[in-house]
Design a protein around this ligand. Structure first.
Ligand SMILES: Cc1cc2nc3c(=O)[nH]c(=O)nc-3n(C[C@H](O)[C@H](O)[C@H](O)COP(=O)(O)OP(=O)(O)OC[C@H]3O[C@@H](n4cnc5c(N)ncnc54)[C@H](O)[C@@H]3O)c2cc1C
Length: 416
């Protein structure tokens, strides 16, 4: 027998969980469908764990020719290119590059800031309700600099962010070591963003939000979203527990959303920026107490429940290309200079995929042409941050309430 809900959310990552909880709060009966049957063990598990209230501009493609050449030749460790995949990803990279032009960057920044400015409060509300407040640290995160040039550039960016209300403290080496005493001699100073929340367990945070959803009467169902079909005046999927129908369906399949949308007839310029993590044991009693970015080299070490987690910047490759340890291998020698890390704790790096659109804004809202079909994906580097706040906006739109921010920047129609 088919089970029926008002809303069916596809995907139990931070974005799907945020949507499901917000719809539930508006009195809708909601089920989440995920192929794993539990909160995302995918991208929303393996990230750096920063709720990035300081992210007032998107990460754009470099504009400087020398920087592009260096990145293209894998001379810049902040990114890693799989050259064998270049032909297949070149069109996406070209659109990403174009979206980094100054006016386009300003437009994306405005769209991003509207969401980011409400993101921390939405997490705090959910974490408190879920009894998971202890998973959120309030000590911010640090960009550590190795060179005067790096410091100059990093301070320039921080100052630009200050114009939008971002708080930071400049640290000379002495003050950096007061906060993180185990950093190596390579670090000459830093910038401390004091307001962002960070978590020692992004997967645990997602699991706590799922428990909250269940405690409020929501259902977590295991099944394959690709079985979605129109049915009556709504939608149906096949799940492990039989057919499920709903009037409204929300696509929040993270990195798998582009392909899924294509199956429904939406050709979007969707691509992924892949990224890896590896956990390390601490060296002796060493450690860091909050995420610390090695600014010039472009990776972060974060204290996590599982160990000291090194997360990489972007690897440009096909979504399904096999994982490789090349990017972690390039970064590890730098990490050993700066952080008190000892042996690797896993045999191979974890691979994640940041779901991206060229303007670095998510799609949140009605899918044009199909009644009851809603999109909530493409949260790029910021899906942990933006999951709950995107859910709030989506719930406004699904229920016909006045949207709490202007939804225009996130419409699917911007891609024609
Ligand atoms: C290395 C790295 C570091 C990052 N650091 C940060 C950070 O510090 N802060 C931040 O805000 N963001 C960060 N991000 C980005 C963030 O992790 C992502 O934007 C976010 O997790 C995306 O969430 P999601 O719910 O859209 O996707 P996911 O978490 O990937 O969830 C998608 C879900 O869809 C399910 N699914 C897929 N296909 C199907 C199907 N056919 N049927 C059923 N279910 C399906 C999957 O099982 C999965 O559970 C980082 C990303 C990476 C890779």
């Amino acid at each position: 027998m088919s089970r029926t809900f008002d809303c069916l959310v596809l995907g139990a990552g931070m974005v799907g969980l945020g949507a499901a909880l917000a719809l539930q709060e508006r009195g809708r009966s909601v089920a989440i469908l995920d192929r794993h049957g539990h909160a995302s063990g995918e991208t929303s598990y393996g990230n750096t764990g920063i709720i990035q209230s300081e992210a007032v501009y998107p990460y754009t493609f470099p504009r400087d020719a020398l920087e592009i050449v260096n990145a293209g030749l894998n001379r810049d460790p902040r990114a890693h290119i799989r050259h064998e995949s270049l032909a297949s990803i070149a069109p996406a990279l070209l659109r990403y590059w174009a979206a980094g032009a100054p006016e386009a960057r300003e437009r994306s920044g405005r769209g991003l800031r509207a969401l980011v400015s409400a993101a921390t409060a939405e997490h705090r509300k959910l974490a408190d309700a879920a009894g998971a407040g202890a998973l959120l640290r309030e000590s911010g995160w640090i960009k550590a600099f190795r060179s005067a040039r790096g410091r100059e550039q990093g301070l320039k960016e921080a100052e630009e962010a200050r114009g939008f209300g971002v708080n930071y403290e400049e640290l000379d080496r002495g003050r950096l070591l007061e906060r993180e005493p185990h950093l190596g001699a390579a670090a000459i100073g830093g910038v401390h963003f004091t307001d962002p929340l960070t978590t020692s367990d992004p997967g645990g945070l997602g699991a706590a939000y799922l428990e909250l959803f269940r405690a409020r009467g929501g259902e977590m169902i295991q099944g394959d979203a690709r079985t979605l079909d129109p049915s009556g005046d709504g939608w149906s999927v096949n799940s492990e527990a039989g057919p499920v129908t709903a009037r409204d369906v929300v696509v929040s399949l993270g990195p798998w959303s582009g392909r899924f949308a294509r199956g429904l007839g939406y050709e979007l310029p969707f691509f992924v920026k892949r990224g890896y993590h590896m956990h390390y044991a601490p060296r002796g009693n060493g450690g860091v107490s909050r995420p610390v970015l090695d600014y010039e080299k472009g990776y972060i070490i974060t204290p996590m429940a599982q160990g000291l987690r090194l997360t990489t910047g972007a690897e440009f490759a096909g979504v399904d290309d096999p994982p490789s340890s090349a990017h972690i291998d390039r970064l590890e020698p730098f990490a050993r200079e700066l952080y008190p890390i000892a042996e690797r704790l896993e045999p191979a790096p974890w691979l994640g995929r940041r779901p991206c659109l060229p303007d670095m804004l998510p799609i949140i809202g009605a899918a044009s042409r199909r009644r009851g079909l809603w999109f909530d994906f493409g949260h790029q580097h910021l899906g942990l941050t933006l999951g709950p706040v995107s859910g709030r906006l989506l719930a406004d739109l699904v229920t016909g309430a006045a949207p709490f921010i202007d939804p225009a920047p996130y419409k699917v129609e911007r891609f024609g």
